[in-house]
Design a protein around this ligand. Structure first.
Ligand code: FAD
Length: 327
């Protein structure tokens, strides 16, 4: 199958470039057709303006999306954009490899998206989310390197959570266009970790790309679940979960399964958030925010937990916050 690897690092001997080389080698060895757009090596121009087009709809006022629609009808994209569009349209998987810069993409890669993901040809009209160009089939993997450590991006560190930082890519670019986002492959702080840890990252990437077409993607909400493009038709619940029976060996044996199950519920968009009381709290509880079609569906998700027989829960429906009306 066809894989498009878009790489955005200015130093070919960087660790980020080593990851891109490794992914390319592993995928090629597995028999896939890998096309690599090495943006710095290509001298990719990230500036989005009239140079995106050979056609002109309105010479007096530049409105990018209108020009994109016009160019889509007439084959009016500039040769550099057209070449990338064809690679994008032909791929079964899209990989983006880049260093995290200013909590985002390096400009060269942001500019590749700004210019290539064109309205008409790539998105727009009915082509959005589950009906997007990726047809809920094209797999998409972000491979960032960072300066900061994992804890800083964990949701309890000094930076925003990584999930929030990568939302413009995972949700705003991949899933917006109907591509299935996979769990990102992050090489945390390659500058600071040991040579052994860097070697481990490279091996872990081999394992990830080997299962590129098998692993379960992250399920983000479908556009059809938001009637008239408004609020979520699904409900949200807060489940306060506590232990109702003493911990025993059978409980302990199931803990890894419980953790894997919770991670799968999060990946599938059933669990939106997990918090817990501190371990020393005698009233130890877990707080799960669930997204479900009904209370019964939320109950079913809780009953499916591997440790359900040891647990009891209270389920409260949530609503968008608003102050109660003044009397
Ligand atoms: C403009 C800018 C903005 C930034 N913003 C952020 C930000 O918002 N958040 C953040 O966390 N960080 C930020 N950073 C830091 C940046 O994300 C990291 O410096 C970068 O991701 C590190 O990856 P690298 O590939 O460039 O590391 P490198 O320095 O290239 O590599 C690290 C080490 O790996 C070694 N190496 C190379 N190849 C191999 C190999 N094949 N095997 C084993 N070792 C190898 C190298 O020799 C080096 O010792 C920013 C940096 C810049 C320049």
């Amino acid at each position: 199958v066809n894989v498009l690897l878009v790489h955005a690092h200015h130093e070919p001997r960087s660790f980020c470039s080593a990851l891109a080389d490794r992914a390319q080698a592993a995928l090629s060895a597995a028999g896939h057709q890998v096309v690599r757009s090495d943006l710095y090596a290509m001298g990719w121009d990230p500036v989005s303006d009239r140079r995106n087009f050979t056609s002109v709809k309105d010479a007096a006022f530049l409105k990018q999306q209108q020009e994109e629609l016009f160019a889509s009808e007439r084959g009016g994209f500039a040769p550099d954009v057209e070449a990338e569009l064809r690679k994008l349209e032909a791929c079964d998987a899209l990989l983006l490899s880049f260093p995290l810069w200013w909590f985002g993409l390096p400009a060269v890669l942001k500019g590749w998206i700004d210019r290539v993901f064109a309205m008409g040809r790539v998105y727009g009209g009915p082509k959005l989310y589950e009906n997007g160009v990726g047809r809920s089939r094209v797999r998409a993997l972000a491979i960032p390197t960072t300066g900061g450590p994992e804890v800083a991006y964990s949701g309890w560190g000094f930076n925003p959570p990584l999930e929030a930082i990568l939302a413009p890519i995972q949700h705003g670019t991949f899933w917006f266009n109907g591509m299935l986002p996979l769990e990102p492959f992050v090489a945390w702080s390659p500058v600071r970790v040991s040579a052994e840890q860097r070697e481990q990252y490279l091996h872990a990437l081999d394992a990830r790309v080997a299962r590129l077409f098998e692993e379960a993607p992250i399920r983000l909400p479908k556009l059809g679940e938001f009637p008239n493009l408004g609020l979520d038709a699904k409900q949200r619940f807060l489940a306060v979960v506590r232990r109702a029976r003493p911990v025993d060996d059978a409980y302990r044996a199931r803990v890894p399964e419980e953790l894997a199950h919770l991670a799968a519920l999060k990946r599938d968009g059933v669990v939106l958030r997990i918090d817990a009381a501190p371990p020393a709290d005698p009233q130890w509880r877990v707080f799960l925010t669930l997204r479900a079609g009904s209370r019964a569906e939320a109950e079913e998700a809780l009953r499916g937990l591997p440790l359900a027989a040891w647990l009891a829960w209270e389920l409260t429906e949530l609503a968008p916050f608003a102050l109660p009306p003044a009397r």
